[in-house]
Design a binder for this molecule. Structure first.
Ligand code: KIV
Length: 321
């Protein structure tokens, strides 16, 4: 039986020096593919708001959005640990609200843990959730839910004061019981220092190679999102361009009548066709082009339907769809 990765497995990976791969995922098919590729940690990030729902920040995302997408990811991934982001407004109003919302997210998605942003300012909330049995991943550095307060998507922790503050944030999260900490868009040397100073896995995004693991937004990695191209995002495929080409070809084939072919269509029983012919008047001599094409096509289908190697379902006209 397949066993799902747990937070203890992730800690063990970090302790043994095995790098942890995390990827965002927002739907069933992507989660299934990532799981089949052996990715142990899937994040249903609130980047959902930008890369899937088309907002220009993560702020409009709701708990219901996260539950809707989170449960699809849990259904798609059989082995990966699934962590779901707590969206803006679902935990900043106090630990009681946080506990209520995190409980809903866990119960209604079946995910293994939640993630929330903020260091020292979120430590008490993290502590309360962990105490209630909810594993929590922290997130410091560039925290997109505070984009309005920090003045944009900028590198964090560049000055000594900011850097020391971030180290203290990481320590506060560790002390509160966070099982891992995302470090987003911080200088490599600072991410390295933080990784050396805490005993839980650090997962970097734009934080250099010395973290315990890495996370990427799946739409960046697949070339599916053009609106923002962070320096730290590497495109491992160009599915955006491939999709555009496929959609264009599909449209062209519909317009020229090359799609669908008889092979992509369904047959009808010859006797049923005969009955229909008897019940409806024959087409008149001055058929339109469309009627003529349809007529030829019906004849072709009829010829195929009377071929000897028909399966029972084809002969009955039942396509099983
Ligand atoms: O929401 C998200 O996708 C994230 C990652 C960028 C870490 O928080």
């Amino acid at each position: 039986m397949t066993r799902r990765t747990t937070v203890t497995d992730l800690q063990r990976m970090r302790d043994k020096g095995r790098r942890i791969t995390m990827l965002t995922s927002y739907d069933y098919p992507t989660a299934k593919l990532a799981d089949e590729a052996g990715i142990p940690l899937l994040l249903v990030g609130d980047t959902l708001g930008m890369v899937v729902l088309g907002y220009d920040s993560t702020l409009p995302v709701t708990v219901d959005d996260m539950i809707h997408h989170g449960s699809a990811v849990v259904r798609g991934a059989k082995r990966a640990h699934v962590v779901v982001d707590m969206p803006f407004g679902s935990y900043q109003t106090g630990w009681q609200d946080a506990l209520r919302n995190a409980t809903r997210i866990l119960q209604e998605t079946g995910c293994g843990s939640v993630k929330l942003e903020g260091g020292q300012r979120s430590a008490e909330t993290v502590h309360r959730l962990v105490e209630a049995g909810i594993p929590v991943m922290g997130h410091i550095g560039l925290t997109p839910q505070s984009v309005n307060a920090i003045g944009g998507f900028k590198v964090q922790g560049k000055t000594p004061r900011e850097a020391v503050h971030l180290i203290e944030d990481a320590k506060a999260l560790e002390a509160a019981g966070a099982y891992a900490i995302v470090l987003e868009t911080v200088p490599t040397a600072l991410a390295h220092m933080i990784t050396q100073r805490v005993n839980v896995p650090t997962i970097g995004i734009g934080a250099g190679p010395f973290c315990s693991g890495q996370v990427q937004v799946v739409h960046d990695l697949l070339g599916l999102y053009d609106e923002m191209q962070p320096k730290h995002a590497r495109r491992f495929a160009e599915l955006g361009e491939a999709s555009r080409r496929a959609f264009t070809e599909y449209r062209e084939m519909v317009e020229t009548g090359e799609f669908p072919t008889a092979d992509e269509s369904f047959y009808m029983d010859e006797r049923a066709l005969e009955l229909i012919r008897r019940m409806t008047p024959e087409p008149s001599e001055d058929m339109t082009d469309a009627e003529r094409v349809l007529r030829e096509w019906v004849d072709e289908v009829q010829a195929q339907a009377s071929a000897p190697e028909r399966t029972p379902s084809e002969a009955s006209g039942y396509d099983g769809a």
